[in-house]
Design a protein around this ligand. Structure first.
Ligand code: ATP
Length: 375
């Protein structure tokens, strides 16, 4: 059993709360990613789990064992937590061969020589390092060095892996390759893994679940699909997805034709289920924040969909960014600006007016005050 549990965990530096009341349960064998902008408290949380940092308040459990609780005076040091860490700077011993670098944690623990040899070779095989065992770190590429660092972490068969941006020193192409390799390796080993990154693509592609953190607070924990399609608040909606979700201030208005998201310049008719939720929660007549992802706004001409007239809008095309695989289009209706992500074959041109369609099944409404999602 190697689940990791944080209960009401705080970290306060002087008068600054870097981590605020973190409650999180990481399942045995799970790959969880801590995602958030620079300075949001991801690393501090990881360091508290590892034992490099002591929480100011709250409890941390690894498996069934309480490893930190300042109120009870419990603090188990890192070496007794049965965890292995991999960092951005993988700090290999330069004078040792790959073999000795991987063997090092086992030697420290006085594992018999024969067993060391067997485990080092097993790990090297798994990571494709067998041919490189006699080399020194300076004779390796960045990706190979990173694999040695991983080898050194997994050779001990710890209960939990803690990884802090381990791929960020690699070039873009290698990062994509290592991302897939690391994910595969983790599944193969089945070791609970906590992975810190500010890169949402890394988080979405690797995580079984993603914990989105902002300003020391956990915003949402969910599968990549959940955090993408059902963001809990405007922060999560805006942080995940590229280009980001469009947010537009609006009011919910009602007339004899229906209930609308009203932007002043134009309005969109809400679907029956959406109206029901808004009515129940008292949002009719109120100001809200409307959210829609760029890919849920279509070029009406190209999409050739049968559109209910209410949701088609004439928009002015300010800029078209052709990415090859898609076109990012900067659209404007009066003063209201938003991005659309159109099909690569869309014939949209800058300086023209086009019909765009909002996919009403994909819209989100957020409370203007709390920024929390209504639906
Ligand atoms: P990054 O992606 O930039 O590494 P992060 O989300 O990992 O960011 P942390 O390193 O956890 O962020 O830092 C969270 C906040 O706590 C930051 O504002 C940081 O300046 C502050 N902080 C971290 N360690 C200390 C410390 N020892 N003393 C004072 N403040 C600290």
């Amino acid at each position: 059993m190697a689940e990791v549990r944080l209960e009401g965990v705080w970290k306060i530096f002087g008068d600054f709360a870097a981590v605020k009341n973190m409650n999180l349960e990481i399942k045995d064998g799970e790959f969880i990613v801590f995602l958030g902008p620079s300075g949001c408290g991801k690393t501090t949380t990881l360091r508290m789990i590892s034992g490099l940092e002591e929480p100011s308040k709250g409890q941390i459990y690894i498996g069934d064992k309480l490893v930190a609780d300042p109120e009870k005076g419990v603090f188990i040091p890192p070496k007794d937590r049965d965890i292995a860490m991999v960092f951005q700077s993988y700090a290999l011993y330069p004078h040792m061969t790959v073999y000795d670098n991987i063997a090092f944690p086992l030697k420290l623990r006085k594992v018999p020589k024969q067993e060391i040899d067997q485990r080092v070779r097993e790990v090297a095989e798994m990571l494709g390092l067998t041919e490189l065992l006699h080399r020194k770190p300076r004779e390796l590429s960045g990706g190979q060095r990173q694999r040695v660092a991983l080898g050194r972490a997994i050779v001990r068969k710890p209960q939990v892996f803690l990884m802090d941006e381990p791929l960020s020193n690699l070039d873009a192409k290698l990062r994509v390759k290592m991302r897939a390799e690391l994910k595969k390796l983790q599944k193969q080993l089945g070791v609970t893994t906590i992975y810190v990154t500010h890169d949402q693509v890394e988080a979405m592609t690797m995580g079984d679940r993603v914990a989105v953190i902002n300003a020391g607070e956990l915003q949402q924990v969910g599968t990549p699909d959940e955090v993408y399609n059902s963001p809990a608040n405007t922060f999560v909606g805006g942080f995940i997805g590229s280009p980001p979700m469009n947010f537009i201030d609006a009011s919910i208005t009602e007339d004899d034709k229906g209930v609308w998201v009203d932007f002043g310049e134009f309005k969109l008719k809400l679907l029956d289920g959406q109206v029901e939720v808004l009515r129940e929660q008292g949002y009719i007549g109120k100001e809200v924040i409307f959210g829609i992802r760029p890919e849920d706004i279509y070029d009406a001409f190209f999409a050739q969909v049968k559109i209910p007239g209410e949701n088609m809008v004439k928009a002015f095309v300010d800029i078209v960014e052709n990415l090859g695989s898609e076109k990012i289009v900067h659209l404007r209706v009066g003063d209201i600006m938003f991005l659309g992500s159109f099909h690569a074959e869309s014939k949209v041109r800058e300086g023209t007016e086009i019909d765009v369609v909002f996919d009403m099944n994909k819209i989100h409404i957020f409370d203007k005050g709390t920024k929390k999602v209504v639906f």
